[in-house]
Design a protein around this ligand. Structure first.
Ligand code: G3I
Ligand code: 9MR
Length: 566
């Protein structure tokens, strides 16, 4: 089917290129940015033009013009250092395959108008977690051409000196298999696992009717639990094992001392360690396990025993944090893998105490939460306060003195105001490492707000604008998800994708996206634009723009589930 679409689009492309011949300077097919997955028939539909232009036509993929109109006036977008024009073709609602041409000389990639244009992207983005499973083989039945042998059994992990305790001195052997690799590297970090796992658990809770029937073709498919829940539990079970049963403390990460090379999991033989317990790890595990305990039995009765263990783990981790309230994690001198360093744990306190209160109703937790109320506009691994508002709003129970729905509506309104002022209708204007995840988290926040305030259809429209950005309507022209769209990333900073000998990267992964944090990540020479919105390089070496990560895919899955559900 995709092949047919592309060949039809090629016919139209060739037709327009003929007229391009007379205007070689304008003969550019990378200046019109569309959502390469497409648009739903009843939605607003907009493309972006990063070039001069006045008149646009929408052609079907047989080359027939179906709509014509005027391009908007240009608006300068400082983050891209460029002027942008909008092409509004909302009037077109007939399903089909289309391309847009401007002044008969510039052509867009082809796209579809179709109900649920992001359905396939949803399945693919959710399946990406399966491909990142540690300690097991990806078989051909479920992994297709990306099947690979098992690696990182993690059955002989050593306690690092930073994590030594009386009952588990340095060098103690532990067996802690499973969990997802964090990202393009092979390590497993509690702080980042927590927000990722919680995000997927919340998605299953809020969008149960779609989430519980999502077919992911994973080894657990057909079991009593929904596929997305089974996938999430693969990581949650590992997270629970990172608690020291003796004192309830939680190791910050399971890691090699330095990053592995670009080799397959089965070829990795560096010794793995658990490294230092931290307050952030304890609170993040407490919060995630408490939420899991409260909601897993709703997914499947068979998960009741696991929910009970989550409750016990959460209470013990929380108690450890009470006794060790300010243990900030820093990489020990001999460890150079990801740090997820966070000097301010007040938001972790707020999130964990809120979850414990929602689970138990115990006033002591409410008092702790009241002492740490915090806000930050969007959630990230370093700021988890919004997750407390998500949980309160979706449970319809707020702590005394807090109105969680109102809080979320306020943030959503400010995101919508920012999008309104943006030439490309994007809420984000600061492009940080993992910028695409801020777009996905912005979509997620709008989705939660809409779930609580169903009259606010403008929240849904804006979350769809966020998705359009991710799938190609941005300053780079890339659809940022591997295997999705006509111009996806091909060279992600992801060790299995780099080492497996297969041209296409492992599918369904959201690349980090444009930013200028490490401009020379490909060596001494800068390889990308100095304008943040364009500073993206589809190069394997560009770890700061082209890595993938579980905490970036999780809000994408959330936003896609929302899009498909609404
Ligand atoms: O918090 C400041 C903010 O105040 C400031 O305005 C902004 C300006 O750029 O910087 C913010 O700090 C950034 C921080 O992330 C918080 O978002 C840093 O610049 C940025 O360098 C830092 O990047 C993190 C990166 O590791 C380096 O530490 C990414 O968020 C984080 O996703 C990434 O995580 C890595 C793991 O360590 C290892 N595994 C892969 C993973 C993804 O690349
Ligand atoms: O490959 C590493 C990637 O997985 C990490 O997320 C990233 C940030 O910590 O670091 C990458 O490793 C780079 C290192 O930090 C600096 N030198 C180049 C490495 C990539 O080749």
């Amino acid at each position: 089917m995709i092949k047919t679409i592309l060949s039809l689009a090629t016919v139209a492309f060739a037709a327009v290129l003929t007229s391009c011949g007379s205007k070689p300077a304008l003969c550019d097919n990378s200046a019109i940015m569309v959502d390469q997955c497409g648009y739903a028939p009843t939605d607003a539909k907009m493309a972006l033009l990063f070039s001069k232009g006045e008149k646009f036509s929408v052609l079907d993929c047989d080359g027939r013009t179906v709509l014509s109109g005027d391009v908007s006036a240009p608006a300068f977008w400082p983050e891209a250092g460029d002027s942008v024009r909008q092409i509004d073709f909302s009037r077109l609602s007939a399903e089909g395959c289309y391309v847009i041409s401007v002044d008969d000389s510039i052509l867009s990639p082809s796209f579809r108008i179709t109900p649920r244009p992001h359905q396939a992207a949803l399945t693919s983005a959710a399946r990406a977690f399966y491909y990142n499973r540690a300690s097991m083989a990806i078989d051909e039945l479920h992994g297709g051409k990306w099947a690979r042998s098992a690696g990182h059994p993690d059955t002989l992990v050593l306690v690092h000196k930073s994590a030594a305790s009386e009952s588990r001195p340095e060098g103690t052997r532990l067996s802690l298999p499973g969990g997802w690799y964090d990202a393009g590297d092979y390590n497993k970090y509690i702080v980042n696992s927590a927000i990722s796992t919680y995000t997927l658990l919340l998605a299953s809770d809020l969008f149960a009717s779609v989430a519980d029937t999502l077919a992911l073709s994973i080894p657990e498919s057909g079991s009593a639990s929904p596929d997305l829940t089974s996938e999430t539990l693969y990581n949650l079970r590992w997270m629970l094992s990172m608690q020291d049963p003796a004192d309830g403390g939680v190791y910050a990460k399971l890691t090699s001392l330095s990053f592995e090379g670009f080799i397959m999991p089965a070829d990795c033989h560096m010794q793995r360690y658990v490294v230092a317990k931290s307050t952030a790890a304890a609170l993040d595990l407490a919060a995630t396990a408490a939420f899991a305990s409260r909601t897993l039995p709703l997914r499947s009765e068979s998960l009741k025993p696991l929910a009970d263990s989550c409750r016990t783990v959460a209470a013990k981790a929380y108690a450890w944090a009470k006794a060790n309230p300010d243990v900030i994690f820093h990489n020990p001198d001999d460890v150079s893998t990801g740090e997820y360093g966070d000097g301010d744990v007040s938001d972790e306190w707020f999130w964990a105490s809120t979850e414990m209160w929602l689970l138990t109703g115990d006033d002591a937790y409410a008092a702790d939460a009241a002492a740490h109320v915090k806000t930050c506009s969007l959630p990230s691994w370093g700021c988890v306060a919004p997750l407390a508002f998500y949980s309160m709003a979706s449970a319809n129970r707020s702590l005394p003195g807090i109105n969680a729905v109102e809080e979320l509506a306020q943030v959503a309104d400010s995101l919508l105001a920012a999008a309104e002022a943006s030439p490309i209708r994007l809420s984000m204007s600061l492009f940080d490492w993992g910028s695409n995840s801020f777009v996905a988290n912005s979509a997620m926040l709008k989705a939660v707000a809409y779930k609580c305030l169903p009259t606010r259809s403008d929240y849904v429209a804006s979350l769809r604008d966020d998705l359009h950005y991710i799938f190609g309507r941005n300053a780079t022209g890339y659809s940022f998800v591997t295997g999705v769209g006509s111009r996806p990333p091909m060279n992600i900073h992801h060790r299995p994708s780099a080492a497996d000998g297969i041209a296409e990267p492992v599918p369904g992964f959201l690349a980090g996206g444009p930013n200028t944090v490490v401009p020379a990540d490909c060596g001494g020479v800068e390889t990308r634009s100095s304008y943040p919105a364009k500073a993206y390089a589809d190069q394997e070496c560009s770890y700061s723009t082209n890595e993938v990560a579980i905490n970036w895919n999780a809000p994408l899955v959330f936003a896609l589930l929302a899009d498909v559900s609404f």
